[in-house]
Design a protein around this ligand. Structure first.
Ligand SMILES: *Cc1c(COP(=O)(O)O)cnc(C)c1O
Length: 392
């Protein structure tokens, strides 16, 4: 992988025709260090967020060397990069074959579930193993999240009582987990989740060995300006103390977005301008899926290319290269008003849920990835340095 000091240097050196992608190892390091210094427990990286080998490697080398995996291929990826790392199979819906392979071939002991049927599958596929760590995933309100996961995953708190009792009968250790939804905009969601787990604990009189507060920690976007991450940790600590448990469970979290979002940028090129519509060379079938129907607005910046950049800004919508009408990113994306064909744009905050969504639809696919050393356009961790970027 080629390395450059900055996005501008990279673009002016290679002047790419197709989209290219940047990884900032420094941003991954900053985020990992922040979680290690602030989260009062063990941290798992949610691999689905960005499974690029380089990214997984940087996360692990920066001391977050436990991994939340959801498929047998994610398990294989982790075993290839970090053969000894602890991986947790936290998808609540898995095939018997994959459970068996995970346990017997890849030394996975930690499994999540949210139904009795899934628990039965885990027990049978591991041949009644005695060393399982089983997590009951409880569905909690995702009201403050941009991406709601509560309808697809999690047992109702009332169902969780029976599941926790069953797990206790079969496992070496038991855990309770939840997910507040992705890009959670209010720290109170974690406190509510922990309180819901508290009710399960009181009613079953089972103190879990592990409490897993999941992912959902936010990043920063032009129209999504969450409270500092410190507030999230404060809520979690307070709610955890309020459970007043004598034997303190181990705390886990599973951040994805917050660890890697700001490490990644896509560099795209304007192929055609129609008034405020910019037709660019990447789109929702490429690295910009989340800018499509989920309508995330990423920070954008015109890359200086030798001609005058107008100081006057205007709002654009972006259109991707394929012939499908959903290949459209509504924005608004704020950029200089004199953009034209051939100009390059950096789109930031794309280290999470981006590269992994690329398809080859319509013949458009790019896999040119570079390492760069400059700062991201916006940062949750260095807010002052990004304050020049207008946030809502
Ligand atoms: C997706 C996912 C995560 C990561 O979520 P973020 O919102 O990116 O932090 C963590 N845990 C589970 C079980 C997930 O499915």
């Amino acid at each position: 992988m080629q390395k450059f000091n900055s996005v501008d240097e990279l673009v002016n050196t290679i002047r790419p025709v197709d989209p290219i992608y940047c990884i900032r190892p420094n941003s991954i390091k900053t985020a990992c260090n922040w979680f290690k210094s602030n989260f009062p427990g063990n941290i798992l990286y949610a691999v689905k967020t960005n499974p690029s080998e380089k990214v997984v490697k940087y996360v692990g080398e920066n001391g977050i060397n436990r991994f939340d995996v959801a498929s047998i291929n994610e398990i294989k990826l982790i075993r290839k990069i970090f053969p000894e790392a602890k991986a947790y199979y936290m998808n609540t819906v898995k095939s018997r074959e994959h459970i068996q392979e995970a346990y017997f071939n890849y030394n996975i002991k930690d499994f999540a579930f949210d139904t009795k049927d899934e628990l039965q599958k885990i027990i049978e596929a591991t041949k009644y193993a005695k060393d399982l760590v089983l997590y009951v995933r409880v569905s909690i309100s995702n009201e403050h999240a941009e991406i709601d996961l509560s309808q697809k995953f999690g047992a109702l708190p009332s169902e969780a009582l029976g599941l926790l009792r069953l797990a206790k009968a079969h496992a070496k250790k038991v855990g309770l987990s939840f997910h507040v939804g992705s890009q959670c905009m209010h720290p109170i969601s974690y406190a509510k989740g922990i309180r819901d787990l508290g009710n399960v604990i009181r009613k079953t009189k089972i103190i879990p060995d592990i409490i897993n507060v999941g992912g959902g920690f936010p990043s920063i976007y032009p129209d999504l300006n969450p409270q500092p991450l410190e507030s999230y940790i404060t809520e979690i600590k307070k709610a955890f103390e309020n459970l007043k448990l004598q034997n303190k469970p181990e705390l886990l979290c599973e951040p994805g977005r917050a660890l890697v979002a700001e490490s990644g940028s896509s560099i795209v090129r304007v192929v055609l301008r129609k008034k405020q519509k910019l037709y660019i060379n990447d789109g929702t079938y490429g690295s910009l899926f989340d800018a499509g129907i989920p309508n995330f607005v990423m920070p954008t910046r015109m890359i200086p290319n030798g001609r005058m950049t107008s100081k006057k800004l205007t709002s654009y919508s972006l259109y991707g290269p394929t012939c499908d009408s959903i290949d459209h990113m509504k924005g608004p994306f704020v950029l200089p008003n004199n953009l034209k064909e051939g100009d390059y744009i950096e789109i930031g905050q794309l280290g999470a849920y981006s590269l992994t969504f690329r398809t080859k639809f319509n013949g458009f696919y790019s896999n040119q990835i570079f390492e760069i050393q400059d700062k991201p356009i916006m940062s949750m961790y260095e807010r002052d340095s990004s304050s020049s970027y207008l946030v809502a």
